[in-house]
Structures are given as C-alpha cells and as structure tokens.
Write a protein of this length. Structure first.
Lengths: 560, 98
C-alpha cells in the first residue's frame, strides 16, 4: 500500500503511460501538479510562453510520432488560452491529453479567482473530457483518457483537476496497467467482396486518401493497394506523403488549391475509393457536383463519416490498415493503361508551374530548394495561408508524419510550436517551419522556447507583408476591395529573432538567396530566415468557396 | 402529444453514466449539430450509477447521423429508438396543457 496525493498519482500514471515530455505553464491552480512533476525523473517539462504554444508543442509530438502527448495549463486564462490547440487537435483527430488545474471543488460555481467552466467550454472541441471529483477517480480517469485519445478515431481529451483533488491523499494498492488498444474489424465478407468487385469492374477508378491513413499507419499498404490495381491516387491535405510526387500514380492534392489535373480527373472518375477522408468542403468543393459520375466505397474507422455528406454505395467501418489488408487479396492486378495514360496527359498539360518560369526566388522555387537542402528525412511544419498551400502543392513528401499542418481548423500560429514539439520528439531530425509574416506573429513568443531547448527548428518566413490568402480572396471575390489584409507597419523579423537569442538571416540583405538558404538550413540549432516575396504572388488554382471543383480560377495554366 | 407541424416524432432512450456533465454532453451534441430537441425526461436508474434520458425529436433524414454521433459519446452506454407514442411523454402530457 502506498499513499500518494492526487497530483503525485497523476504524474506517476503519466510516467506509466510512457510520457517523457510535457509542455505547459504553471499557475495557482495546477501548482500541486507542478510540484509533483518537479520530482519526476522520467518526465521533462517544456515551459511554453503561452498556453496555446504548449498545446501545439504537444500536437507536434503527437503528430510526428502517432503517440499521445500531454500538455498542462492552469485554470481560467490558462485553460482558455489552450482551447484553440484542442479544437485544432479535435478537427484533425490528434491524440492530445490536456490536464488543467481548476479551483477547489468547494469553490466551483462561485465565480472564484481564475475560475472558468473549462469542462463546459471543451465539450464541443474534445473527443471527451473529465472533471475529476476525487483523487481516487484518477485511477480510472487517466487510463480512460489515454484509451479514448488513442483508440478508434483519435482525438484530444481534457482532464480538469480541482486543486484540492490534486492535494487529496489516495491509498494505492497497485497502479492500473496500461492496456494496449485492441481494434477489431468486423466487415461482412459480402461487403468486402462487393467492394472488390466494384474496384475490379471500374473503368476509371480513383483512390482518395486522407489523414485516416496516417493515423492507422496504413501508408505502406495504401501504396501497395494503389499499385496492385493501378489506381491514380489523390490525397487530402492531411494525407500528403502517402504517394510521393515522382510516383506514376501520384495525383497530388484535390480541392480548392488542387493540382488542376486532379480536379479534372475526379469529374471523370466512375469509382471513388475513399479511405480515411471526411469529404471536407475544402477538398470536395460543392458536394453535389463532386465526382458526379462515381460510385463510392468509403472506408473509415468512424461510422459517423459514412454517408455524412456523400452517399456511399459500400461503407466499410474499421481500421484502414486492416481493411486494406483484407481487400488486397480480392483486388486484381491491373495496369489500367488507357485511364492512366489519359491522366498522365492531364498532368502534363496542367502543371503547377512551367519549367521556363521556374525560379529560385518564386515561392515554389524557394520551397523546392528547401526540400533539396534538408533532404527527405526532414519534418516540415507549416502555418496557415499561402505558404501552406504552396508547400502542400509542391513539397516532395514521400512518407507520412513528415508534413504537419493544421487542416481542419486552419489555425494561424500552429507552425512554430508544432515544429518545436516535433523537434523535441525527433532530436535527430531537422524540422522546418514554413510560415508567413501573418502566422508567425500569432505564436512568436515560442521563439524563446525554441532557443531555450536548442531545438533544431528552422523557421522560414515567406514574408509578403499581408494576410495573403485573405487579400487574394478580396481581390478575386470582393471587387478588389482590399481591406485590413495588408500590414502597413513593417516589422524586422530577423532582428526580433536575434532579440530572442536566435540566429537569424534576412534575404533582404542578399542577392544570393540560394547561398543564404544553404548556409542557414545547414547551421545547427534554431534559426529564422526572413524571405521577402511579392505581395502579388497568388495561390493558383483556386476554387471559389462554395463552387464546384470544376470552377478553377487559374485553372488553365498554359506553358509555352 | 403533437408537434408544431405534421412531421413524425421519434423518441430516443439513452442509457448514460450519471454525473453532472452528462446532460451538457448530450444536449450540446444536438445544439451544435443544429438538431432541435422537443422534449427531455431524465431520471437516475436504480442505484444512480446510470441515468436514462428520453429525448423527443422530429423524424428527419439526419436522425440516423445524430444517433451515430450519440453512440460515439463516451458517457452513453446505449441508444434505443422508439416511435413518437412512447408512454414516457404521452404520460406527461397532462402537465403541459395551457
């Protein structure tokens, strides 16, 4: 028998679950947890400069590893600051466990100092949440939180622990043993046979894969599946990396900023095999006109996704890797030469850029050059905006968990702390954070965290002095009425980074961008590189919000 | 008990873990997915470890989707769907006359 406080028990359980790093910020209501954490020899703490930073650092660890990650915040403002990171994790199905301090149980509901109903606040933006009412309950709640965060469709879980519960003493007989998650697939053989027959009989099939492939570690089997039946494969923003760009079956991203040829191909396809995707509006455009001629097979672990937005002719609910493993022997080896030749032609006719226009000073050129310098082992995090879409369009990702980006919520400020989390989790790798001058300002305080931990993060700011995508939409859809989307005051980001103690480089001072990039990216430790780009560099193609994917502005890019 | 229009009514019976937040979880799901709840009855079952929540809702095409979403809630142990004439609401009708 052992006696522990609620706080000590919490830390012990986190250790049992293999947690090695916690990002967070202490405050009045979580000080018992921090006191217990200070005595842990197995968990290191990373002090963020804003709770949202802590939430995204945890996301960076979880997204790059696939394992659950933990963040801490205090009650009230600490908790309200971290909710954006939880909402972001919820929409992209990321297993983050957030533990917040709360005012003592007896004071809940009295408008106490730094009291906020974080349980109520986080109901709609977590997979599940808990308000812990006794220290004894932690023995049940923490294992349950890990189970919920990591099984089925993953997602964030919040545990709100009142200060007196953290201090209460519990008698412990033995700690619960972490159970491994068991997922069983119960497809009927009929459904599998039907799906396989539809694939074998299709004339113009397309494989449409998303983040679910990443979460179920199905990247390799998905590639093999596509290759066996010669299925041209398009990826959502969250699925990039499943098929590398040099692959014959690679069709890049679909939707609002797709490869042009991909949206055209989807208009013609007669069978859509959707795996780990949720038919998000940025991917499908106007849903009624998405794949108008196609029958649909939908594979997902979340039964709610089947037929949520688009009727599936066959729905296979289950782990994607398992499901593809079972489908694989039923699917014929096919070459599909005429369909694939047709698609190759579309691809050749509608490139992202023409080789005669390729230039290391254009955003595409800069991004491709970064990829060349850092190599295929690097992890890339982005923020949200033009730089994110350019990266998604052309960066040569060739495996999953290398591209960390805020897909569902589209959170500016995501990039830097997520990159820090990825670097903490992968100390042997270079982590590049491609960001913009709008996004970097939304969590710039974490430059201090990066320097403090000497993480190998390279922050590359594609600086266009504006909220670029907003400005582009105003130009295109609001009669060129540009309002509140240009920064009139210019800040010196390289100098700011220096102030944080970070090495920095400014492409304003050089004519040899290539050399600057090479030096900056190969210098060990954290650094920031500011690269001015033209405010008029736009993201093309663009499907107007609400329009069908066939309506692509900039869709008819013609090379000489 | 009749609804405001002629759309048929369904009654859902949820068996849930009984704690102070469970009603928020259930009601929040309906409100954020813009699905109206016409009536609610909730009482603890037996020792109070669980509760039953009866919800009176309109039959809409989206009800299947909402039921799947309810089943995903961690605090919900089971959902049963009945037709609108379930006695839990018809029996209460006398309390709801003008």
């Amino acid at each position: 028998m052992e006696q522990l406080t609620g706080a000590e028990l919490t830390i012990r359980l986190l250790e049992e679950y293999g947690i090695e790093t916690i990002a967070g910020i202490p405050g009045g209501a979580n000080l018992p947890l921090y006191d217990a954490l200070s005595r842990s020899s197995r968990i290191r703490h990373v002090l963020a400069r804003h709770e949202q930073g802590a939430g995204f650092i945890a996301q960076g660890m979880a997204r790059s590893s696939g394992k659950p990650a933990v963040c801490f915040a205090t009650s009230g403002p600490g908790a309200t600051n971290i909710v954006t990171a939880l909402a972001d994790a919820n929409l992209d199905s990321i297993p983050v466990i957030c533990i917040t301090g709360q005012v003592p149980l007896s004071m809940i509901g009295t408008d106490a100092f730094q009291e906020v109903d974080v349980y109520g606040l986080t109901i709609p933006i977590t997979k599940h949440n808990f308000l812990v009412r006794s220290a004894q309950d932690l023995l049940r709640i923490i294992p349950e939180a890990f189970h919920i965060a990591t099984t089925g469709r993953p997602g964030p879980v919040l545990i709100d622990i009142p200060k007196d519960v953290q201090l209460d003493i519990v008698d412990i007989e033995e700690l619960p043993i972490p159970a491994s998650a068991v997922v069983s697939v119960v497809h009927s053989q009929d459904d599998l046979t039907l799906a396989a027959a539809m694939i074998n009989n299709a004339k113009r099939p397309v494989f449409y894969v998303g983040g679910g492939i990443v979460h179920s570690d199905a990247g390799a089997v998905a590639r093999f599946f596509a290759e066996k039946n010669s299925l041209p494969t398009t990826m959502t923003l969250m699925g990039l990396g499943v098929i590398p760009p040099e692959h014959d079956l690679f069709m890049g991203m679909l939707g609002m900023h797709a490869a042009r040829s991909t949206n055209m191909m989807l208009d013609e396809c007669d069978l859509l095999i959707a795996a780990g995707v949720r038919f998000d509006d940025r991917a499908t455009g106007k849903i009624g006109e998405f794949c108008p001629e196609a029958r649909i097979i939908h594979i997902d672990i979340d039964p709610c996704e089947i037929c949520k937005l688009k009727e599936a002719h066959v729905g296979l609910v289950g782990d994607i890797r398992d499901t593809l493993d079972r489908l694989l022997p039923l699917v014929e080896s096919r070459a599909r030469s005429s369909w694939n030749q047709h698609i190759q032609l579309l691809r050749a006719r509608h490139p992202f850029f023409c080789s005669e226009n390729f230039d290391f000073s254009s955003p595409y050129g800069i991004i491709m050059r970064i990829a060349e310098i850092v190599g295929e082992d690097a992890i890339v995090a982005t923020d949200v905006g033009k730089h994110q879409m350019w990266t998604a369009q052309v960066y040569p990702f060739n495996r999953t968990r290398r591209f960390l980006t805020s897909g569902g919520l589209g959170t500016m400020g995501f990039g830097l702390p997520t990159a820090i989390g990825a670097a903490l989790e992968n100390p042997d790798k270079t982590v590049v954070c491609i960001t913009g001058d709008g996004s970097i300002m939304m969590n710039i305080q974490e430059l201090a965290t990066a320097v403090e931990h000497d993480v190998n993060v390279k922050v590359i700011v594609l600086n266009n002095q504006s909220l670029g995508l907003v400005r582009q939409q105003q130009k295109l859809f609001y009669n060129e009425h540009i309002f509140a989307s240009e920064y009139e005051h210019q800040v010196d980001l390289a100098t700011i980074a220096k102030g944080f103690g970070m090495k920095s480089f400014d492409a304003r001072d050089t004519l040899v961008l290539d050399e600057l990039l090479t030096v900056a990216l190969q210098t060990p430790g954290p650094s920031l590189i500011n690269i001015p780009i033209s405010i008029d560099e736009e993201v093309y193609p663009i499907v107007p919000p609400g329009a069908a994917n066939s309506v692509m502005i900039g869709g008819n890019y013609e090379c000489a | 008990m009749s609804a405001h229009n002629n759309q048929p009514i369904a009654v859902l019976e949820l068996l849930v873990r009984n704690h102070p937040g469970v009603m928020s979880h259930v009601c929040g799901l309906f409100s954020r997915r813009a699905y109206n709840v016409e009536g609610i009855v909730c009482l603890p079952v037996a020792t109070g470890e669980t509760s039953k929540i009866y919800l009176q809702v309109r039959e809409e095409e989206r009800l299947d989707q909402i039921m799947k979403q309810i089943q995903k809630l961690s605090d919900v142990e089971g959902v049963v769907r009945y037709t609108g004439d379930h006695p839990v609401f018809t029996g209460l009708a006398t309390y709801f006359t003008c």
